[in-house]
Design a protein around this ligand. Sequence first.
Ligand code: PAF
Length: 278
Amino acid sequence: MPLYHTLKALNSARSSYKGNALGVVPTMGALHQGHLSLIAKATRESEVVWVTIFVNPTQFDKKDDLDKYPESLVADVAAIYEIGADIHIFAPTATEMYPEGLATRAQTLDGLDNLMEGADRPGHFDGVITIVAKLFKALQPHQAYFGEKDFQQLQVIKKWATEQHIPTNIVPCPIVRETNGLAMSSRNAQLSPKQRDEAGFIYKAMLHCKNNCLDKAAVYTAIKESLEAHPNFDLLYVLCVEEDSLKEVQELATANKPRLFVAASIAGVRLIDNIALK
Ligand code: PAF
């Protein structure tokens, strides 16, 4: 299986491909079914697929969050191999990607990065864009696959790609859920089986809002009450926004593509989820 750890090796492999259908799936590893569905989609739509596995230090604002982030390269490589033995994997070190230190470039993202994950995790999206820009520069992908679980990240990347004239098609991929509804995430591995089971209530509460709440105040109340019923979980934010601008909706009934975003934490593990309300 083609596995590379350096940009030099990547460049040499990349230069042998002259076609126009190179797909990349950027990840931080600890792959789950959600990632694997992105990779499978990329193989259906691309001639050559690259998966990048790199826990990007610059998008973590807290060192202990970075230190705790799960890593499982051997299992990840095996899971990718099951999808396709010819998929290229790039798994660099931090020194390879940031030879001059962990500097990031501040981005102007039209306010998309100022709320929710951006507000709670200062510098997070600067770090995301910095690494995505480095990966895109090296791989020059024709399409890149990102999960809707990180919906705000997806919108931020789309905005950046449009503003910077990045010639890569950004392909959104639907959230994959565990059987109890919990959105799949590498962070779920940090939950105990009991916590993981219990965490399914977040999606159920969001579905309840989609099906029953007629205005955003009712949504906020329903989410708060449902979190209060699970005292081990802390609500970090709940927000109804229009999905293109990420601006808070005024009236749910007249909003353009309203989407509900919830973040909660349990035992220091951050869980995020979102759902289209129409
Ligand atoms: O979504 C992720 O796993 C990361 O934020 C990404 C896009 C790979 C950048 O490090």
